[in-house]
Design a protein around this ligand. Structure first.
Ligand code: TIU
Length: 227
């Protein structure tokens, strides 16, 4: 790969000028609390099985990204054990059987250090890969993500993870306002609601790419493999 030359990657609404050496793979909230039974996702009334189809394509993209020595970052949504960073409205909204901080089968729901808060084993971070702990839906709010990306010279983001219309969307919007070009592979992001998946992806690429570009992991892998 010649780092001086962008790769023209097939995407919506038009080709993405992909510069892998200044692009980070940002994997959002692939945590047991969202993808396994007994966690936060299920306590909100969702079917976690809807998200599990994203695991295999994320694994493949992550393996290719790591093999090229490119920047990988992970995020986790969660709160302090003392709940001091948890807005009261966030705790009570949802009105599920269990609230954030309550004890469930994977420990306290959405609390840092608990089993459910950890990233699923299939996508476990390597020691050199930064993990951003975030109290909100967006990965930039109240975190050091922007500083880390700036210090690493990152200008583009491939954003994957869950859920498409909540934490992925919020993060893409925050990144867009900070000047990052965001590319979202549709098979690597998942929603509990098929109709939200479709709408959220359209909202990214509509209006000439108002928030970014949408593609597939296969297209990214082909671009990385070269002609
Ligand atoms: N509920 C839902 O769809 N998502 C979240 O609460 N957090 C993330 O998307 N990570």
């Amino acid at each position: 790969m010649n780092p001086a030359l962008p790769l023209h990657l097939d995407a919506e609404p038009y080709p993405f000028e992909f510069r892998p050496t200044t692009c980070a793979l940002l994997i959002v909230d692939m945590q047991r609390d969202f993808l396994e039974p007994g966690g936060f996702g299920e306590t909100l009334g969702n079917d976690v099985a809807q998200l599990r189809r994203t695991i295999a394509p994320n694994q493949k993209l992550l393996a290719a990204w790591r093999a090229l020595g490119l920047q990988v970052m992970h995020t986790r949504e969660g709160h302090r054990p003392d709940l001091m960073d948890l807005p009261p409205a966030k705790r009570h909204r949802g009105r599920g059987a269990r609230l954030i901080g309550d004890l469930g089968p994977m420990g306290r729901i959405l609390i840092r250090g608990e089993p459910g808060h950890s990233i699923i084993p299939e996508l476990a971070p390597l020691p050199a890969e930064p993990v951003i702990d975030k109290p909100g839906k967006g990965a930039f709010y109240a975190t050091d993500l922007h500083a880390i990306l700036q210090n690493r010279g990152i200008r583009q983001l491939i954003v994957t993870g869950v859920t498409t219309e909540v934490c992925v969307h919020t993060t893409v919007r925050e990144a867009n306002d900070r000047g990052y070009d965001c590319l979202v592979p549709s098979d690597c992001v998942g929603s509990y609601f098929p109709e939200f998946q479709t709408a959220a992806l359209k909202m990214i690429s509509a209006q000439g790419g108002i928030f970014g570009w949408v593609t597939s992991s296969d297209k990214i892998l082909s671009a990385l493999a070269g002609p």
